[in-house]
Design a protein around this ligand. Sequence first.
Ligand SMILES: Cc1ncc(COP(=O)(O)O)c(C=O)c1O
Length: 446
Amino acid sequence: MSKPVWVKDAPRIINPIPGPRAKELVARDERVMSPSYTRAEPIVATEGWGCYVRDIDGNVLLDLSSGMFVLNYGYSHPRLVRAVEHQLRKLTHFAGTDFYYEAQVELAERLVGITPGKFPKHVYLGNSGAEAVEAAFKCVRWHTRRPHMISFTGSFHGRTFGSMSLSGAETLHREDFAPLVPEVSFVPFPDPYRGPFENSSECIAHIRSRLKKDIPAERVAAVITEPIQGTAGYIIPPPDFYQMLKELCEENGWMFIADEIQSGLGRSGKMFAIEHWNVVPDIVCVAKALAGGIAPIGATIADAKVMNWEPGAHASTFGGNLVACAAAVEGLKILDEMDLVKRAAELGELALRRLEELGENSKIVGDVRGKGLLLAVELVKDKRKKNFAVEERNMLVREALNRGLIVFRGGKSAIRIAPPLTIDKREFELGLDIFEEALREVERRC
Ligand SMILES: Cc1ncc(COP(=O)(O)O)c(C=O)c1O
């Protein structure tokens, strides 16, 4: 697919968002769609290419959020489109839970090869991130015959009952869906910017102290963590944290589950974010970018000794369907052949330096953090007091959008910047220029 003409001179706002056609569609949407979605801005997309998306009123936006951290290879990567077209012509569906086809096996072989740890592994294929987490949850209960789970405050693992029960994010309305799956304990996540712990040892000491009080060590099946907390605004724990947590798991016979749904597949500048800590998890969950946004898919990759359940213990009609597997296999080939993991590390390093500089010269940027192309800028009202600048953050998202740039919220007052790994340097710099301009405007108005 060659570069479409509408990408010329992008980004471009010709009708302030929402334009007239967007307003009309949003009104139709409100009449029939569930009000539970977290629609942040009235962007109505019609087509995409590379890191650009065109809206229904002809505006062309530069998307530094990768369609919510999904489009690691950009919009409509021609190789992905070709792979899916080819698959659709050959075979669209076959009962993958009851029979066999090669695409599932090929994808599983590739996932086994790229996840940390050189030991035999098994792969469960589902349809989403939440399903990948559900599978991990069921799997560790099955394997250990223990009921209890440890998770972190601020974490987000999905919205199904199991994954929601494991999520510590405040925004989930958990109490309104009670009762949740029982036997989940939450411990504070070590956030170097906001605490509550000074270092990793304090966090581990806190968990140990809880073992004597309210966490029954011998009943714990696993600890689940997002190596870098995503929805919370890319919180990166200290460099020694996961080694210490893994040791604690080994001491107590707990499994270690890494939810890499947002951070995995090269985005952090390593294939999986947990590799920054040199830790090998028992189970890794992936979804979002796996099929490059072409089809829903999630995968749970586990040590074969851990994923040792029987036929019938877990399955899904569409999990690992042919089209999603074909896209995912092609995506992993692109990741490898274009050396996108290295590219994410290099581009991320440049962007981090630029954002840090921006932060030093800004009165409302409290913290800048990131690994690879997982970058966050946290706004505060006062740099010393670190109080959340929620309105300023929302204003910044909007000011960026008014200039044709999509960036996404994270945590209470942070902004996540996570472009496609295929973005070229010039496009990324252009996006950061617009971000800077929008920040200056917010500062001027505050
Ligand atoms: C870390 C993490 N885990 C799980 C999920 C849930 O994924 P899904 O929305 O595909 O169910 C998300 C989605 O944002 C996520 O970021």
